[in-house]
Design a protein around this ligand. Structure first.
Ligand code: KE4
Length: 436
């Protein structure tokens, strides 16, 4: 029994499934989740002291790597002043100013404590502002465990193979319309039928919760045009892509201007933060100014604001995104070559700082259905071969992988060396099976 085995048994006695978030359970890849104890830079160490190269980064927040000294020192200073007031502080204004400056579509921003809370609040705001009820979301996209959006959700919901969650009354999802990602025609037909009843379209501009699926050319702009035409709001869920793929998120990368944007992960620098922001005329409908209520005890917590500020300050330095783009490209190009060398059906997607791995003959994956048709068994085996080699990938085929600015070229080479071994093992396993 490994140290993680005994930690997991102990955890399962007091925490449902032994985890505080389903994807961590290794349910979709099998085996025992690794209990981590320490992290630094691009590295993790588990409770038995084993070292791993981290390709998750806490699911996105740790874009600067773990233990970034500027973040740690700023948080340590704030800890000496106060943990929380429940009163306004200058720190939350400063983080809001930085977000508004880095993301031109955001005039005002409200802090919350998770991406889920941010998505839920943005939906309520869109409904309050438009006085409409319907929401369009996309199969395979995940916006947190918001009742109305847990319909063909991605991430953990997909991993668990239960796209529609238990405990959500049918009445809570009857205003949720589902379209296929990268299918503007389907969205058009929904607008033709529900047009002036649609409050908003919410979309992951890069779908990071069914692997990493990139928007096809014209897809995002078609959503902008339809929302403008029908007077609906376009909500970009940039919890994952915000400040990761570009200083202004995916909207900066693709030149879009959503009406509202949802943030999380990176803006907390590893501490619990979410946020939603957008046009002033929409945001002014939020309490206390407007009729749309939203609140939170620890929203704008000064320690979390400080961690987020210190993170965003470093991301504004010259060359940060260019270097991260190069590292991600180096990784994905190497993975594709290694899979090809070992004749493994494999496709990989990448954009600055995040990537997706798909075991499929298809040259790219564009939506939920095509992700569902990938070889989950091959993914599982690859995941465990890489874990055994000390590479900590996302324990699910329905997640994205993440690199940080602490992953230098040499570390990426170590990941690629491990992947060559892993693809080689897959090939041997396949040859053995073919030869009976
Ligand atoms: P949180 O409530 O987990 O902070 O954020 C929800 C959320 C909203 N929108 C997007 C695009 C997201 O990716 C997420 C959360 N992402 C998952 C990873 N796929 C978090 C990991 C987990 O659920 O444990």
């Amino acid at each position: 029994m490994t140290a993680s085995d005994s930690y997991f048994e102990r955890a399962k006695a007091v925490i449902p499934g032994g985890v505080n978030s389903p994807v961590r359970s290794f349910q979709s890849v099998g085996g025992t989740p690794v209990f981590m104890a320490r992290a630094q830079g691009a590295f993790l160490w588990d409770t038995s002291g084993r070292e791993y190269i981290d390709c998750i980064g806490s699911w996105g927040p740790m874009i600067l790597g773990h233990g970034n000294q500027q973040v740690i020192q700023a948080v340590q200073q704030q800890l000496e002043l106060a943990l929380s007031f429940g009163a306004p502080t200058e720190q939350e204004t400063r983080l809001a100013e930085v977000i508004c400056r880095m993301v031109p579509s955001v005039d005002l921003v409200r802090m919350v404590n998770s991406g889920t809370e941010a998505s839920m609040s943005a939906i309520r705001l869109a409904r309050g502002y438009t006085r409409r009820d319907y929401i369009i979301k996309f199969a395979g996209c995940y916006h947190g465990h918001v009742d109305a959006l847990l319909v063909k959700a991605g991430s953990g919901a997909l991993t668990a193979g239960v796209p529609d969650s238990g405990g959500v009354p049918k009445s809570f999802t009857r205003h949720t319309l589902i379209a296929r990602y990268n299918d503007p025609e389907q969205v058009k037909s929904l607008f033709r039928r529900y047009g002036d009843e649609i409050a908003a379209v919410i979309v992951e501009p890069i779908a990071g919760n069914m692997g990493c699926v990139l928007p096809e050319p014209g897809f995002l702009s078609s959503l902008e045009d339809l929302c403008t035409h029908y007077g609906s709001l376009l909500i970009f869920d940039e919890v994952m892509t915000g400040f990761r793929v570009h200083p202004a998120g995916a909207q900066g990368l693709y030149g879009c201007r959503p009406d509202l944007t949802v943030f999380g992960k990176i803006i907390g620098g590893g501490l619990p933060v979410g946020a939603f922001g957008g046009r002033q005329d929409i945001m002014s409908h939020l309490a206390p100014e407007g009729s749309v209520y939203q609140a939170g005890t620890l929203s704008g917590n000064p320690v979390a604001m400080t961690a987020g500020l210190a993170t965003l300050e470093q991301l504004q330095k010259e060359g940060v995104y260019a270097a991260l783009t190069d590292r991600t490209h180096q990784l994905v190009t190497g993975l594709r070559l290694a899979a090809e060398r070992h004749q493994i059906p494999f496709s990989a997607s990448c954009v600055c700082g995040m990537f997706g791995l798909f075991f499929t003959q298809a040259d790219k994956v564009t939506d939920y259905e095509s992700v569902q048709s990938t070889d989950i068994g091959l993914f599982r085996s690859f995941f465990h071969y890489m874990l055994e080699a000390g590479i900590y990938l996302a324990p699910s085929p329905f997640e994205s992988g993440f690199l940080s600015t602490a992953h230098d070229s040499e570390i990426v080479m170590r990941i690629l060396e491990a992947s060559d071994e892993a693809f080689g093992k897959l090939r041997k396993k396949k040859e053995k099976a073919d030869n009976g």
